[in-house]
Design a protein around this ligand. Structure first.
Ligand code: PAF
Length: 285
């Protein structure tokens, strides 16, 4: 398994694979891989002939006060994990390769979809994501790209971008992968103190409570949000950013559950901001 740092070299390898009729699967990541990422790679291996993983901590999606400098990085460890699931190629460019001196072109989805949920407190985040994902799509030219549903807003925005900019790529959303005790896997979990790690379980607990209420017929999202908020506040360390029930496409808040819905939350434990969600359909259990 090769690790390539140059865009030109990557493009040459992809062109050769495509000439040989291979379907390319792509898993974009910021590294410090965990089981959630590996599940995306396995999904790609199952569906495609040649799996490429990018490892790039993208500076343009971090706000000025966010954790770009401290974001965990370990390329050797990531390479071993990719190898263990049979990834064909890693693309790990330097920042200067992706954003050379004078770089100034961005892809920005201006719709409300980027302003809701995480966009409310991270106003520049999704512009950084859509810009780097567009660049990566143009470089890798995959047939399929695999994204984790934990970042449900990111998936919805990328699906919209792919539709509206006519990228010839199929987006494959993959289920959230959790630790045995229910915490959604995230590279940022490594920041949590022992106490915060224990208390962060309130997030999954709150989502499960909402799911049970819905299964028992509750459709009023205010009731759901109140219940979840109370559960999360039972943790002294938790500071809620948002707890919302939204439409799965527009990500606009909804008052009553009718069809498909997304319950999304973001909560800070110390300096660590965690997100989690539950996507469901009324009567679809
Ligand atoms: O989900 C992530 O890790 C990042 O947002 C992505 C898609 C790799 C873009 O940098």
């Amino acid at each position: 398994m090769k690790t390539v740092k140059s865009i030109l070299e990557l493009k040459e390898i992809v062109a050769k694979q495509k000439t040989n009729g291979k379907k390319i699967g792509f898993v974009p990541t910021m590294g410090y891989l965990h089981e959630g990422h590996l599940s995306l790679m396995r999904a790609s291996k199952n569906k495609t002939d040649f799996t490429i993983v990018s490892i790039f901590v993208n500076p343009t999606q971090f706000g000025p006060k966010e954790d770009l400098a401290t974001y965990p990085r370990d390329l050797k460890r990531d390479q071993a994990l990719c190898e263990s699931v049979g990834v064909d190629l890693i693309f790990a460019p330097e920042v200067s390769e992706m954003y050379p001196e004078g770089y100034s072109t961005y892809v920005d989805c201006e719709g409300n979809i980027t302003k809701q949920l995480c966009g409310a407190t991270r106003p520049t985040h999704f512009k950084g994501v859509t810009s780097v994902v567009s660049k990566l799509f143009n470089i890798v030219q995959p047939n399929f790209a695999f994204f984790g549903q934990k970042d449900a807003q990111q998936v919805a925005i990328i699906e919209k971008m792919v539709r509206e900019l006519n990228f010839p790529i199929e987006i494959v959303p993959c289920p959230i992968v959790r630790e045995a005790d229910g915490l959604a896997m995230s590279s940022r979990n490594t920041y949590l103190s022992e106490d915060a790690r224990k208390e962060a379980l309130v997030l999954h607990k709150a989502l499960l409570e909402a799911k049970t209420l819905i299964e028992n017929g509750e459709t009023d999202t205010k009731v759901l949000i109140n219940e979840m908020t109370n559960t999360i506040k039972s943790s002294k360390l938790a500071v809620i950013d948002y707890v919302q029930v939204v439409d799965t496409q527009s990500l606009e808040s909804i008052a009553t559950l009718e069809d498909e819905f997304l319950i999304a939350l973001a909560v800070k434990f110390g300096n660590t901001r965690l997100i989690d969600n539950y996507r469901g359909q009324v009567g679809g259990f």
